[in-house]
Design a protein around this ligand. Sequence first.
Ligand code: NA7
Length: 883
Amino acid sequence: MPEAMVAARASEATNGTAQQVDVAVVGAGFAGLYLLHRLAKAGFTTVALEEADDVGGTWYWNRYPGARCDIQTIDYSYTFDPELERAWQWSEKYATQPEILRYLGFVADRYDLRRHIRFGTKVSAATWDEAAERWLLTTDNGAAVSCRYYIMATGCLSSPKPPEIDGVKDFNGEVYFTSRWPHEGVDLAGKRVAVIGTGSSGIQSIPMIAEQAAHLTVFQRTPNFALPAHNGPRPNDRLSLLDGDRAGYREQARWSMTGVPYPQQTAVSWQLSDAERRERFEQAWAAGDLVHVLTQLWADQGVDVDGNALVSKLIHEKIRAVVKDPDTAEALTPRDHPFGAKRPCLDTNYYATYNRPNVTLVNLRQEPIKEITTSGITTDKRSFDLDVIVFATGFDAMTGAIKAVHPITGRHGKSLSDVWSHGPQTYLGLTVAEFPNLFMITGPGSPSVLSNMAVSIEQHIDWVVDRLIALREAGFTTIEATETAQAGWAQHMADCATVTLHRLANTWYTGANVPGKAQGVMPYTGGVGPYRSICNEIVSRGMLGFRLTGPDVAEQCNDGEVVRLQPDVRLVLGMLADMNLPPIESLGAQGARDFLDEFNKGRPAGRPVGEIVDGTLPGNDGPLPYRLYRPATPGPHPIVVYFHGGGWVLGDEQSDDPFCRDMCRRSGMIFVSVGYRHAPWHRFPTAAEDGFAATRWIAEHVAELGGAPGPVLVAGWSAGGNIAAVTCQLARDRGGPEIAGQLLLNPVTDCAFDRPSYADNATGYFLTRSLMYWFWDLYCSPGDRTDPRVSPLRGKLEGLPPAFVVTSEFDPLRDEGIAYAEALAAAGVPVEQLNARGHFHCSFTMVDVIITGVSGRVRMAEALRRFAGLGDEAAVPIAVAAE
Ligand code: NA7
């Protein structure tokens, strides 16, 4: 905008007194523009303060050669107005920065948004006025602004990092930052140029700079994964999907994990052969689409180090195939982080650029930069004479643009910088406790940079503006997150972060790129669709976690944590609820068994183990089937006798297959899963007696089964946990066999139903109270229920083998499991307990569906190993797998 217009706009503000608006917005990029549109339409008076001279935000500043978006542009667009979508046609699959900037200008003009914007104006401070219940924003240009609501649309990557290398000021040549590239462009022809940094900005600009410069030297600290963009016209496959059903396409994006409408992958890596994996990979590679490669190969690529290592390895091959010099290829090969844990890049000729004679790669891991001198850059090993240094060193991401740009002072004079000194604290990434009426668009704690920003921005803004409208209608004038809600969100964020691999890389996602910055995964890793559903749930639960006040209305505060379940448990329970399954107990015993068989067919196959052998063993009244899982490691291994779950009614020796495989791998022990007989065909005490008989037989045939000499162990889940516990009591009382330890996973231990968990978790968590009643009725008559062979809590507990007892927070059986562990401890039995927060009855057996169950299974495996005297290191540690 011309200077004169900026001045005119400033003088429109009341001289000396603050400009009064309902809502002040900072930033006129993607988010700021849509905010202004929605606010104006909703009848709020508003002003946007923008430091730049025009709209565009990050696309205004980042003008370096090669700057493009790396989400396909048809997805990286506003979707709020179908007319706008028809009015604007992108020219390329990945639009360039100038085209995106033109688009944002087009949007600003089409909706007449510039009239709300004060360009060339920076906010210098924002202070909450407690008495007036308004924010006061002072600016470096023109009047201050007094507003009821303050919305920061400042972007996640808008505060560039300063050069952290000594001597920049001494350098006699030119210095540029990719993030602040001169508008008039830079002539690099015939010059000796250095680029420091190989993130997206470096990787996009390096090939372009190499074409112009006499010589280009790239200073690389960490090699990054870069995938070919295969840019060109908009691809027909995506276009025809969009044109075929525009509304459906956009809606799918809104509920997807990344904000791009790709389906959820279900096939896991070990279900696919090498050839199938390669075929999927080659297709994805050829598609030239970051989200495709990040999400569509196999379901475990983003959550499991082994599944991820398979992708990394295939990309490594691609790098070696392009880069001719093997040493340079090796230096460019990322090995220190899982693929996707650090932001991968989309490139055009990036790796091939290193085959050019005028390009040199300097590996800073081998020769760190010592200093910048008057004539160039000196490393530990050599000096480079240069004319130009380009810093592509990134941003103080996510929090930089919010807390570093200007002091923000909330209630009781609290500064946001102080409150965030140990890392950002937010509710939903949108609001902060003690900072009423302040909103951040795509702030830390929201999906933001892990999503298609266009989709996340629209979701945030719609949610915020809809709330402001609702507050206005109800007469509320302040809205503020509660501490409880905020702490709950932090916990949920941490739980989500344990599912993905982002925690395993030092990146700007975690704050690791800025010296001294607090560390922690800042974006919400739980996905765009789940995040949207959480925001909606907060509204439907009466603005859960917010305190609302107004002059003429009673205060409203429905306090609480919005998500108490582990994130993957929440997704699974949501999916089960959507399936609208009939109650299992309504199917009849055989119908329920058939149903479970069908249900199990849809779950991911278990991981490979060394060997699986099906056999039979002599039971009390005839043979009982078993399935033996042997580790791939050299034996002999100790034997764990395992009893499956299913309320004494459902399941068989194969129905906990993924769990048995996983535990066999992790513990390095043989698991023998026993097919005991079921109710109602065989009622109490058949299952208990079968369990004991099988354990005795297995203990007597350890060598025959290939097990290590010594006592066996027992383990079981749910009713199987009950049988395992009972078996230990019977073995003690009947003179053997010797049992080295018991693993009781969500066990049934007692016939009383009055413990709180039976009421707290009666419905909604798959195993319901009425299902448990049904199981009991089918298995055991009321008169027999206090028998320790079905209620082991009522038996004698002294002299039992050491136990590891696992209970889940959202399980009707939680409290009887805890009671059993406590009673064992009181009886002098060595016992360890895992009370799994946010988990449900099936969390640990839904292997590879409930990823947050992994750490629990690691602990179970460690306990079994300790009981067997093998040392407590799990056989399969959680670590980044090497190639
Ligand atoms: P990034 O992705 O943060 O990349 C910055 C690069 O600069 C990265 O390779 C850094 O290495 C390197 N760097 C940073 N500081 C230094 C110092 N002091 N010395 C040497 N090298 C350094 O920023 P971009 O601008 O490329 O991309 C930001 C996002 O914009 C991108 O992810 C997309 O979402 C769009 P490191 O990896 O830290 O070792």
